[in-house]
Ligand binder design. Structure first.
Ligand code: HEC
Length: 97
């Protein structure tokens, strides 16, 4: 019984530790795939393993309207809501996938 209780208490800790994805990555996943591994359709790029600084630059460019054309408008709407800290965190996460 004690053992079972210990397991029940420890389990959520492990689940949390495994899920190191930033909170906002749940939103990105809808279009860029889990871990940024696959865009949901043509024109939706994968982010997995991309250069970290490049990802920061790209998100900032969408956010400040510097990146246009293609499907940029779709992504601009997403980038608007990201803080500098979130951009850094997300870039590090996807670069590390
Ligand atoms: C509604 C769909 C959608 C969502 C949600 C979304 N994106 Fe995007 N994203 C796109 C599309 C489409 C593009 C390509 C835009 C273009 O043509 O420039 C893109 C492009 C990007 C790029 C540029 C990739 C490159 O190689 O230049 C980055 C970085 C990016 N998204 C990050 C994110 C992050 C981080 C999130 C979550 C906060 C997110 N996106 C959420 C649709 C989405």
């Amino acid at each position: 019984m004690k053992y079972l209780l210990a397991c029940a208490l420890l389990l959520p800790t492990f689940v949390f530790a495994a899920g190191t994805a930033p909170t906002k990555a749940v939103v990105c996943q809808a279009c860029h795939g889990e871990g940024g591994g696959k865009g949901m359709m043509a024109g939706y790029p994968m982010l997995k393993g991309q250069d970290e600084q490049y990802l920061v630059n790209a998100m900032n460019a969408y956010k400040n309207g510097g990146r246009k054309g293609g499907m940029a408008a779709v992504m601009a709407g997403q980038a608007m809501g990201l803080s500098d800290a979130e951009i850094k965190e997300l870039a590090a996460y996807y670069a590390g996938q």
